[in-house]
Design a protein around this ligand. Structure first.
Ligand SMILES: [Zn+2]
Length: 198
């Protein structure tokens, strides 16, 4: 009988451990993997020093710089990821926050912006990245009292954005990572070398 009780309590304990271990997994949904994956060297070749520092090294540009003043002057249009060309914001969501960095109250309908918890620098903040290539864009802050439809402030580094005025041509989307590119090429080759129309 003693053995049986010991066995049962051991079983119960292992069950509890299993439960405890399972819990965080169900509460933290896995972040979608970026489609565009490149090495640091590859990014360095594609980007300017400042673009690389901000988007790939999670840097922050100087507030109220030349890029910000350019941003303030821009009219209607769309903002794309400087790394991969994904749509991130439009001028519709732009607002003047006075913080010295480009501010938007929401991402564009394309939903190309991913929000991640950032515990760096002793603060708990929400980092914003490009969903497609994981480029660091900036942070998002909530409940600051801005009279916008969301009361959220996407505080974005201007250097991470490529602006295209309304009616202009969207930048070419950067190819997927090399394995995905090879797969696509194989598919195209199978179909007789003609890229299917989108
Ligand atoms: Zn991107």
């Amino acid at each position: 009988m003693k053995y049986r009780i010991a066995f049962l309590s051991a079983l119960a304990a292992s069950f509890c451990i299993a439960q405890a271990e399972d819990k965080p997994k169900t509460e933290t949904p896995a972040m979608p993997k970026p489609e565009v994956v490149k090495s640091d060297d590859e990014w360095k070749k594609l980007l300017s020093v400042e673009q690389y520092e901000v988007t790939r090294q999670r840097g922050t540009e100087r507030p109220n710089g030349a890029i910000y003043h350019e941003f303030e002057k821009q009219g209607e249009g769309t903002y794309y990821c400087v790394c991969c060309g994904a749509e991130l914001f439009t001028s519709k969501e732009k607002f003047h926050s006075g913080c010295g960095w480009p501010s938007f109250y929401d991402s564009s309908k394309a939903k190309g912006v991913l929000e991640k918890v950032d515990n760096g620098h002793g603060m708990k903040r929400i980092e914003t990245v490009c969903k497609r290539c994981d480029a660091h864009l900036g942070h998002v802050f909530e409940g600051e009292g801005f009279k916008t439809p969301t009361d959220r402030r996407f505080c974005i580094n201007g250097v991470a954005l490529k602006f295209v005025p309304k009616g202009g041509e969207a930048p070419k989307l950067l190819d997927l990572d090399s394995a995905a590119v090879q797969q696509k090429k194989d598919e195209v080759a199978k179909e007789g070398g003609v890229e299917p129309k989108k």
